[in-house]
Design a protein around this ligand. Structure first.
Ligand code: PEP
Ligand code: MN
Length: 264
C-alpha cells in the first residue's frame, strides 16, 4: 500500500511558502548558517556577522546536542538558547534551534523563530506533536535511515496538528562507505519536491561530514533547484566543540552566499 500522507502531498505547481521571522522558505534559495553547537557569546557574534554578510536568512546553532557518545559535549542547554536569542535580535537574524525532547519545546519556541527536529528524532511522534502545537515554524530533518515516505508521514503528523509551517531537510543517509559521513541524497531531495509542496532544503554539512565538500555540494543543490541549504559555520572551525571536520569558516560561507545567489 502506498504511504498514507494527504496534507503534505503536492497537488499543484506552487511550493508552499513557510516564513520564520524574516526568513522565507519556498521562494528562491534560503541560506541558513551557524555552528553545530552554540559555545559562547563571542563565537555566536562572529558567526552572525558572517551569516549576515553572506546574505544568510537565518542563524542556526545547537543548544541540546544529540551526541553519539554520552561523554561528548551535550550543549549549553537553556543558556545556549538565551545566547541565540540575544545574538539573533542584535543582528536581525531569525534563529533555529533543535528541540531534542518534548521538555525543550516550549523554551525553543519562546526564543527562536523555528524549531529543528533532528534526524534522530524524526519519528518521535510525541515530539513532533508538541513542536507542532506551538504553531512555530518547524525544520524537519530526514532520519539517517528513513525513506522519503517515512519523512513525509512525519511531516503529516505536524500538519495534522494544524501547523503547516514545515520545511524538510535532506541531511544525508547512512550507507557503507566511510569516506563521507553519510550519502548526500540529492536525487531523494528532488523526488521530495515532486511528492510534496513543502519547501525542501539540504544540509551538506551532515550529509558529507567533510569541510572540502560543503561548497560544491551547496552549488549542486542550488543548481538543481532546491529551496535552500543549512550549513555549519564556525569562526575557528578546527576548534569547534562538535562536528569540527565539517565546519567551514566565515569567509568560505560568504563566498558560498555570493556564488549561490548569483547562480540563482
Ligand atoms: C544538527 O543539525 O546539528 C544535527 C544534529 O543534525 P542531524 O540531526 O541531521 O544529525
Ligand atoms: Mn552538527
Amino acid at each position: 500500500m502506498a504511504a498514507d500522507y494527504r496534507l503534505v502531498r503536492r497537488n499543484g505547481p506552487r511550493t508552499r511558502i513557510v516564513r520564520a521571522g524574516s526568513a522565507t522558505f519556498g521562494e528562491g534559495f534560503t541560506l541558513v548558517g551557524g555552528p553545530c553547537s552554540i559555545e559562547s557569546v563571542d563565537q555566536m557574534q562572529q558567526v552572525a556577522t558572517h551569516v549576515r554578510a553572506a546574505g544568510g536568512a537565518m542563524l542556526r546553532g545547537g543548544a541540546f546536542k544529540p551526541r553519539t557518545s554520552p561523554y561528548d559535549f551535550q550543549g549549553l542547554g537553556l543558556a545556549g538558547i538565551e545566547i541565540m536569542r540575544d545574538i539573533g535580535l542584535a543582528h536581525g537574524l531569525p534563529t533555529v534551534v533543535e528541540a531534542l525532547a518534548v521538555d525543550d519545546v516550549a523554551a525553543v519556541a519562546a526564543s527562536c523563530e523555528m524549531i529543528q527536529i533532528g534526524a534522530r528524532s524524526m519519528q518521535n511522534v510525541p515530539l513532533l506533536r508538541a513542536a507542532a502545537r506551538t504553531g512555530s515554524a518547524i525544520l524537519l530533518k530526514r532520519g539517517p535511515a528513513a525513506t522519503l515516505d517515512e519523512l513525509l508521514c512525519s511531516a503529516e503528523y505536524i500538519l495534522m496538528e494544524g501547523n503547516d509551517r514545515v520545511v524538510l531537510c535532506e541531511r544525508g543517509i547512512r550507507s557503507f562507505d566511510p569516506h563521507t559521513r553519510n550519502v548526500f541524497d540529492l536525487a531523494g531531495a528532488l523526488r521530495l519536491q515532486e511528492l510534496t509542496d513543502l519547501p525542501v532544503i539540504v544540509d551538506p554539512s551532515h550529509a558529507s561530514g567533510r569541510r572540502s565538500l560543503i561548497e560544491p555540494l551547496t552549488y549542486a543543490a542550488a543548481a538543481a533547484g532546491m529551496d535552500g541549504a543549512m550549513i555549519e559555520v564556525h569562526p575557528d572551525p578546527d576548534r569547534s566543540v562538535s562536528d569540527a571536520p565539517q565546519a567551514i569558516d566565515g569567509a568560505t560561507f560568504e563566498r558560498i552566499g555570493a556564488r549561490v545567489f548569483a547562480l540563482r
